[in-house]
Design a protein around this ligand. Structure first.
Ligand code: ADP
Length: 260
């Protein structure tokens, strides 16, 4: 009993460390755009009081401020959204979609994201019809592609593939980056789990847990195959739309609130 108690205490302590570690990472990430804002505002004030602020400089400073404010806004919105998903407080808006369109949209979004990465797409000629919330599945794909880029800091090819397997439609995102040790393959889908000493790469550790929740809410799956130093392949699966399903594909469990 003492052993179990100690184990429990250790788990709780680990969770506490993860939570505060994540909080620290968020605070740290928010501090950078805030510091840039502070510098820009101080500089503008100094020039204004010295009477040396030209209209062009004012324009430039305003653009800088707008960029940083947008960045902060995006970070805070992402954090709020992912926390809501984690808490199961998201309604899905399911429609019939061709999964290939969502892959193409995600590819377009990241096409010019990094000069040292090349996105390569391999899609089947036939449609991959699924019932899903296009925004949320887009969000999952964006997260996987963004991770593939982030965690292959030396650059390289990121492959996007899609196809069918039995009653499933699937999409794979493969990178040739840092990879993940087998012992961490399950852990990375838990909230706030960042593995493999990747502190210098920005992130909070909520993307994959949100992705897992979203895939489960779609009665789908997410899985990973990866080897340290070789790269990773993340695969999502969604049930192919059945002929007798309604246009919106209403299925029980389509709301995240229905999770136990
Ligand atoms: P974040 O990227 O914000 O840390 P995620 O939940 O998206 O959060 O990922 C959790 C962890 O899984 C990451 O911190 C990283 O350690 C690992 N990881 C995710 N994707 C990859 C990848 N493509 N290659 C290597 N490691 C990855």
């Amino acid at each position: 009993m003492a052993f179990t108690f100690n184990e429990l205490a250790e788990t709780l302590e680990q969770q506490r460390q993860n939570r505060y570690g994540a909080l620290l990472a968020v605070a740290h990430d928010l501090r950078n755009p805030l510091a840039a804002l502070k510098t820009t505002v101080a500089l503008t004030e100094r020039r204004r009081s010295q009477g040396t602020l030209s209209p062009e400089q004012l324009d430039q400073q305003q653009r800088r401020i707008a960029t940083q404010v947008n960045r902060l806004n995006r970070m805070v919105s992402d954090l709020v959204d992912m926390t809501r998903i984690e808490l199961g407080r998201v309604e899905l808006d399911t429609q019939t979609n061709d999964l290939r369109d969502l892959v193409i949209e995600a590819d377009e979004l990241f096409e010019d994201a990094s000069p040292i990465h090349q996105l390569v797409m391999d899609l089947p000629p036939e449609p991959l019809m699924v019932c899903c919330d296009a925004t949320r599945i887009g969000q999952v794909l964006n997260n996987l592609i963004s991770n593939a880029i982030k965690y292959s800091p030396q650059g390289g090819v990121v492959e996007l593939r899609a196809g069918t397997e039995g009653r499933w439609a699937w999409v794979e995102v493969e990178d040739h980056g840092l990879g993940i040790a087998p012992k961490d393959h399950l852990r990375i889908f838990e909230p706030f789990q960042r593995v493999g000493r990747k502190e210098e790469i920005p992130g909070v550790g909520l993307g994959l847990s949100a992705a897992r929740r979203l895939m489960e809410a779609h009665e789908g799956r997410i899985e990973v195959e990866s080897a340290l130093g070789k790269g990773s392949t993340f695969k999502i699966r969604l049930p192919l739309r059945q002929k007798d399903e309604g246009p919106k594909g209403e299925r029980p469990g389509a709301s995240m609130d229905q999770r136990p």
